[in-house]
Write a protein that binds this ligand. Structure first.
Ligand code: ZN
Ligand code: FE
Ligand code: FE
Ligand code: ZN
Length: 312
């Protein structure tokens, strides 16, 4: 291992240290000193230290607040190992400044995140992007995404047949729509996204439950069909605590879905979908509890479009 490799140490119960090797060349080597200097933090808080929050939005997208440095400071305070920015990639089928940055802003976004990494050497700072999967724009995405040095590309389904189903402004649109159709179409699109080859990670994988509207019939076959495709494509899924802040009041994905992921060997990455700095690492201990209960033993983190495993 080269000298550039980073190691993250987690003090465990005050005695033996558990050592996690986080793939080089992460610039964020936190030294053991910084932890041992703070002997009084809570166990759960301490347990968060090895984890990276992959899903953060900045004011650039027009509906989140906070500059990248505010997020970095918040992450340091919470003792996270790192943060990955995943601002919304421009929608190619329409321009809406309240949803995403403009395409001309991508170079400055990339530069800003890279510079932040230099300014916070004690933190892993990763460059991600959250990209909407739409069948009508998928062919144009590849060239754009290939043009920037992302650590990971996260695919999201926020639109069904052009309708933004998770936007609170579109809530009246649920009236008169068939819920089973929406769920079926959502998980079909998610499977399409996995197979597109564009994404490392699928964001908030059961987002369709956001407002708590669920079809009466069993959705298990929809999950199974979708996750077979996700597993075959080798794409990871996000375990997102954002759902805890939404009407549905539960983590994305739900426990049943997550068990089906584990059965298929699908890797999971952590995210808060923070839209303000105070939401960094939001209720991560609950995500960790859920993962352990289901039987996951590790999470995945991304760098240079490659995943590496972090023990739970
Ligand atoms: Zn957003
Ligand atoms: Fe999203
Ligand atoms: Fe997001
Ligand atoms: Zn998101």
């Amino acid at each position: 291992m080269s000298a550039a490799a980073s190691t993250i140490y987690i003090p465990d119960k005050g005695s033996a240290s558990q050592v996690l090797i986080v793939k080089q060349p992460c610039r964020a080597a936190r030294t053991p000193i910084s932890y041992f200097e703070q002997p009084f933090f809570a166990i759960l808080h301490r347990r968060m230290h090895a984890f990276i929050d992959h899903h953060l939005h900045t004011s650039r997208c027009g509906h989140a607040e906070g500059r990248p440095e505010d997020y970095a400071r918040a992450a340091e305070e919470k003792g996270l190992a790192g943060i990955g920015f995943s601002d919304h990639f421009p929608l190619l089928h329409m321009r809406d400044a309240t949803l995403t940055m403009g395409i001309e802003e991508l170079p400055s976004y990339v530069r800003e995140v890279r510079e932040l990494g230099d300014a916070f050497p004690g933190l892993c700072v990763r460059l991600g992007i959250e990209v909407d999967y739409l069948p009508e724009t998928v062919d144009r995405l590849a060239e754009h995404l290939g043009a920037h040095p992302f650590d990971y590309v996260m695919g999201s389904v926020h639109f069904i047949d052009g309708w933004g189903f998770d936007d609170p402004r579109n809530l009246p649109g649920y009236e008169g729509r068939d819920l089973f159709y929406l769920w079926e179409r959502y998980f079909e699109l998610l499977g399409d996204a996995a197979e597109s080859g564009l994404f490392d990670l699928l964001a908030h994988p059961d987002l369709i439950k956001k407002f708590g509207f669920r079809p009466r019939s069993d959705v298990t076959p929809l999950y199974e069909r979708c996750l077979d495709r996700v597993a075959a494509a080798g794409v990871a899924v996000e375990v997102s605590t954002a759902g805890l802040r939404k009407p549905v009041g539960e983590i994305y994905p739900g426990e049943d879905f997550l068990r089906m992921c584990l059965e298929r060997g699908i890797r999971v990455a952590l995210g808060s979908d923070a839209h303000s700095p105070d939401e960094v690492g939001y209720r991560f201990h609950e995500a960790l509890e859920l993962l352990r209960r289901v039987g996951y033993q590790e999470t995945v983190a991304f760098e240079s479009r490659e995943g590496f495993m972090v023990p739970l």
